[in-house]
Design a protein. Structure first.
Length: 263
């Protein structure tokens, strides 16, 4: 196993009016990967001025990482009501280039942690897919890369899915994209639908539908649970698990990550 890689922009998150904190798939995926061990690495970007505040918490997790400079840092303001959230984009960040993507190197699986639709153009995804399987977060399809209140829509380029092996969407993203039947027509080999701690998850593969039970975790701030879930899924798939088994492993790991945030 050549291991797995996670690529994405670090984010500066302000949650429920609190102090700014590190966010983004690289950080939240690393929270899961530090529990799992094995060969994994993170490739992350931010504006140089934010490097110290955003990279230090990532480095403290102990997962190997590479940092790249970006013209700006993706910035969100997030407010929760239970597991429901409202998001405002203060800065959408900037797209990854083909040169940036080369920092990933060789990997069995690559988790593409897009924060908006603008993060990873189709040609960058195609480059990442050479020699690797890609797992993409549904945020790459439904989040416009624009400042202001985040209003999801389905105006994505279908070309971005051409090289994707696994796609994870939550309930809001699923509804925005037209529901389960419409998603099945996209012909992504492995579709993961996360429905929150009360309902669990679904795995759709080649016409088969498997429900995944999730252990409920009552936390006031579930930010990053989806990134942790997808990281653990990718880790398990690279370790030889089939999709259903990998999803069960991912659900357990994501619950543990959330529990650790409360300690």
């Amino acid at each position: 196993m050549r291991g797995i890689a996670v690529i994405g922009n670090l984010a500066c998150d302000t949650i429920d009016g609190g102090s700014p904190r590190v966010g983004g798939a690289p950080f939240h995926a690393a929270r899961a990967l530090r529990l799992l061990g094995g060969s994994s690495r993170i490739v992350a970007r931010s504006a140089p001025d934010d490097r110290r505040s955003l990279v230090a918490p990532l480095a403290a997790l102990g997962v190997p990482y590479a940092w790249l400079p970006a013209p700006s840092t993706t910035t969100f303001e997030i407010r929760y009501s239970g597991e429901e959230r409202e998001m405002t984009i203060a800065d959408p960040g900037t797209p990854w280039s083909l040169e940036d993507a080369r920092a990933v190197g060789r990997a069995d699986w690559v988790q593409v942690g897009a924060l908006t639709r603008g993060d990873f153009p189709a040609d960058v995804l195609a480059s990442l897919a050479r020699g690797s399987r890609l797992a993409l977060d549904g945020q790459a399809l439904v989040r416009p890369a624009a400042k202001g209140l985040l209003v999801p829509d389905a105006d994505f380029d279908p070309e971005v899915l051409r090289h994707v092996t696994a796609l994870k969407v939550n309930e809001e993203e699923l509804e925005t994209l037209g529901g389960e039947e419409t998603m099945a027509k996209l012909l992504v080999p492995e579709l993961l639908i996360t429905r929150g701690s009360a309902t669990g998850a679904l795995v759709l593969t080649r016409g088969e539908r498997e429900r995944i039970l999730v252990r409920p975790v009552d936390v006031p701030n579930p930010t990053g649970a989806g990134d942790a879930f997808l990281a653990a899924y990718v880790w398990a798939r690279a370790s030889g698990h089939r999709p259903g088994s990998a999803a069960r492993h991912a659900a357990t790991t994501a619950a543990r990550v959330l529990e650790l945030t409360q300690q």
